[in-house]
Design a protein around this ligand. Structure first.
Ligand code: CMP
Length: 156
């Protein structure tokens, strides 16, 4: 099982799409392990987007991400990082495939509703940054786990 970080950005909150976007992940069969909502501090966002700090859009990105409440999620599942990236769609919402979250709900490159970790190393770093306290993450077993997956073939 893999864990990944997802951020529902301030545009998702302002547009009332948090429930529908979270529902996409839940419906797929991803397990919700962590969830918190707040206006996250600039310092955290600067750290999160450190890889982009030399890019011209960095200032606007951090400003946008700290402009209002956002939601941080930790999702778990088999190959969760790649599965979530496919559900989210291409960075530019106008080019994202229909059926993806950005493709169905977005029109913008910058206000693209969701951030999702892009690989195992990034997921580990980002989860440590956004959920530094292990008590914020819930270990639990979904009652339908054996129906979501074939236990003998996929989980043993
Ligand atoms: P995200 O998946 O959160 O990762 C980095 C974010 O930077 C990306 O989504 C976009 O919202 C934003 N971004 C990336 N490239 C650009 C760009 N060229 N102009 C504006 N925003 C960008």
């Amino acid at each position: 099982m893999e864990r990944t970080l997802v951020l529902l950005k301030p545009d998702a909150v302002q547009r009332g799409l948090v429930g529908r976007i979270l529902g996409r992940f839940e419906e797929k069969g991803l397990k919700l392990v962590g969830l918190k909502m707040r206006t996250f501090p600039t310092e955290l966002l600067e750290q999160h987007y450190d890889v982009h700090k030399e890019r011209p859009f960095f200032g606007n990105l951090v400003k946008f991400m700290s402009s209002g409440p956002a939601v941080a999620l930790c999702l778990e599942g088999k190959d969760a990082i790649a599965v979530v990236r496919r559900l989210v769609g291409a960075t530019n919402s106008r080019e994202a495939d229909p059926g993806t979250i950005r493709g169905d709900f977005g029109m913008s490159f910058s206000n693209n509703l969701v951030h999702a970790s892009d690989g195992p190393d990034t997921a580990a770093t980002e989860l440590a940054l956004w959920f530094p306290d292990a008590a914020e993450l819930s270990d639990w077993e979904p009652a339908d786990l054996g129906w979501t997956y074939n236990v003998a073939e996929e989980l043993s």
